[in-house]
Design a protein around this ligand. Structure first.
Ligand code: PRX
Length: 642
């Protein structure tokens, strides 16, 4: 059966930035024929430059430099240019705290707060090239800290507030950060989540950190170390409002964001200034069809790349009103998000399939109790959206009026690469549809040969694009090896996909040892390394198990050291252990004890077999290299008993 197709509504298409398939195709082929000319035009139109470039792209594979000798500043583009325009009194950020407190910051006011904080950082001696870790709840001071760093060229790395002290420490050390910007805590499901204690714990092993700056959000009692820890409000009280944006090289590092790779060590994805800004500003208009009067809400936490590109930098650079909500979608009730959409008259709403599936489970009565008629466009990101969730989102939330943009991209791509231009491209539920102008994907086999239509293969990108990853922080060899060595001359995404005969892309999921839990990337190795640090554990193998709500769930196979262990108790202890070592979002759903793990003769754990066990209860693949076939039989039988 061919899938349903949803052409753009007439009314929507008539007002869209890009109208009709022909217009899309023209734009796409213009970019294909002359990528540098195309991106040069986009960059000149969307970004303010202090000094122009002489060359758009300097491509020395796999290292790219975009607009290399030009000068610009992300903070200037997100703030100063709007604060000096008709937008100065427009809300830049609308914020709602979980307890119900609210703030509306106009472009002028946000600019003022960022300038003050940048002045604080400058006066304390931080300079372009220094590194700062930001570990904060979803309060406006988080983007303020990011924008203040960007203003001075301080490279920031935001660490999601759900990460543990251990995970935070690893990131501080890898980045060589001199400063940590944090808060006492934040609110989540009616409780205070404490952040500063995790910073204190991490800093015991981080001698490179000179200072912390602590924003007071919850007012809880926290210890402050004299000479090292400073309250944000004390420093702000003495701040000046004179701190101009530095004229930075287009390739100056903007941020490093850590993400899971295929080893136990997270990799620091490096993004730079001018190309990144060009890419995310353009996609705000192409994909979200952003208009002056829109209220735009992306529900992602700023600690993930979606929050960087499409809560903070993209919307602000494009002059939008971006909404931030601090807390959980189900607090105090399951209609919190729908209430927010109604209250702020949100026009564009961007969220993850996991969130949609969790809300579907609660029933339609929650959204139905609210007026969602302000919505004009819906978005999805982070994982494949199953057609049933798509249809629900379309019908119950969008009332069959709002196109859904299913946006494919990654931490490494910086911005969206495959997604519909909603006024131009007919939608097919479950497909991210067509590549955006300037994105040149391909689907290939193990030897790098293109596979035909409707065949599964590896998704690659054949051409550099401005928002692309520039390097892995401190590890160029890993950068080359992970992304550019599998298919010569092409970027390897790590995703499997197929293209149908209309040229639509269907993303099938990861092909490497990376799980996708609730749209968050998690490496099997990272969880395994955490488990084997526990004194009872001899060996561990971790696989993603299909899960109705979160897409995948963490399933662990564990062998124990000699001893008399209570499996129930130890199972619970190991779940908590992983939460402590990585963060609560990595907490395993299932721990399965076994006396051995299936391995190849060379000693490699055969995760593929374990994946089959958790997916289908049986093993059908090739097991000829298995050291001990009985191990597989026992693991599968154990599952049948449960
Ligand atoms: O497997 C793809 C999946 O998420 C991975 C990237 O994860 P991360 O770097 O954490 O960034 C998530 C937010 C951009 C991809 O390799 N993914 C992302 N978007 C989609 C998706 N899978 C299917 N459809 C999508 N729209």
């Amino acid at each position: 059966m061919s899938p349903s197709v949803y052409p753009p509504g007439e009314e929507f298409a008539r007002k869209a930035h890009v109208q009709g398939l022909e217009a899309y195709r023209e734009l796409y082929s213009r970019a294909e024929r002359d990528p540098e000319g195309f991106w040069g035009e986009v960059a000149a139109r969307e970004v303010h430059w202090f000094e122009p470039w002489s060359r758009v792209l300097d491509w020395n594979p796999p290292f790219a430099r975009w607009f290399a000798d030009a000068k610009t500043n992300v903070s200037y583009n997100c703030l100063d240019r709007h604060a000096a325009s008709h937008r100065k009194n427009q809300a830049a950020i609308l914020w709602e705290g979980e307890p119900g407190d609210q703030r509306a910051l106009t472009y002028q006011e946000l600019h003022r707060l960022v300038v003050r904080f940048a002045w604080v950082l400058k006066s304390r001696g931080y300079r372009a090239g220094d590194r700062a870790i930001i570990y904060m709840p979803m309060v406006p001071e988080l983007p303020i800290a990011m924008l203040a760093c960007a203003r001075l060229g301080i490279i920031h790395s935001v660490v999601f507030g759900g990460f543990s002290a251990e995970a935070l420490k690893a990131r501080i050390q890898d980045l060589g950060a001199a400063l940590v910007i944090t808060a006492d805590g934040g609110f989540r499901r009616g409780k205070q989540v404490r952040l500063k204690p995790a910073v204190d714990e991490a800093l015991q092993d981080c001698p490179g950190v000179r200072e912390t700056i602590v924003y007071r959000r919850t007012g809880s009692e926290i210890p402050m170390q004299s000479g090292r820890d400073f309250w944000w409000h004390d420093l702000d009280a003495a701040a000046s409002e004179d701190c101009p944006a530095e004229h930075l090289d287009s390739e100056h590092p903007l941020y490093v964001l850590y993400t899971s790779g295929t080893t136990g060590k997270p990799k620091g994805i490096l993004h730079t200034t001018g190309g990144y800004l060009t890419h995310i500003t353009a996609t705000m208009k192409w994909v979200f069809d952003l208009r002056q009067e829109d209220t735009y809400w992306c529900s992602a936490d700023i600690g993930w790349v979606t929050g960087h590109s499409y809560v903070v930098y993209g919307p602000l650079s494009a002059g939008a009103t971006t909404l931030m909500y601090e807390g959980a979608p189900d607090f105090p009730r399951f209609d919190r998000w729908w209430r927010i959409i109604e209250k702020y008259r949100v026009n564009i709403f961007y969220t993850s399939p996991t969130a949609i599936r969790a809300l579907i489970r609660q029933g339609e009565q929650w959204p139905d109790a609210h007026d969602l008629s302000s919505l004009r466009l819906l978005g999805s990101v982070g994982e494949p959206i199953n057609p049933a969730a798509w249809e629900w989102y379309y019908r119950v939330i969008g009332k069959q009026r709002c196109p859904i943009v299913d946006t494919w991209w990654q931490t490494e791509t910086g911005g969206i690469l495959i997604a519909p231009m909603p006024g131009a491209v007919p939608l097919k539920p479950g497909s991210a549809t067509l590549p955006l102008p300037g994105a040149v994907p391909g689907i290939v086999d193990l030897h790098g040969q293109p596979v035909g239509d409707n065949r599964e293969g590896f998704l690659i990108l054949r051409q550099p694009w401005p928002g692309m990853i520039r390097n892995i922080w401190g590890d160029p060899e890993r950068y080359k090896e992970q992304y550019w060595s599998r298919v010569p001359g092409a970027y390897f995404t790590g995703d499997a996909a197929r293209r149908d005969s209309d040229g639509y892309y269907w993303i099938l999921g990861r092909v490497d040892d990376v799980m996708n839990v609730s749209g968050h990337r998690l490496s099997t190795m990272e969880v395994e390394s955490a488990l084997v640090r526990h004194p009872a554990v001899a060996e561990a193998a971790v696989v993603g198990k299909p899960h109705e709500i979160t897409g995948q769930a963490v399933c662990c196979f564990v062998t124990l050291k000699r001893g008399d262990w209570n499996h129930d108790q130890l199972g619970e202890e190991l779940r908590q252990w992983v939460s402590r070592e990585i963060g609560a979002f990595a907490r395993p759903e299932e721990i399965r004890f076994s006396d051995a793990l299936p391995k190849t003769r060379s000693g490699k754990i055969m995760r593929r077999l374990l994946r089959e066990i958790v997916t289908s209860n049986s093993v059908t693949g090739d097991v000829t290299t298995l050291e001990d076939l009985s191990v597989v039989a026992r693991l599968a039988a154990q599952q049948d008993e449960e």
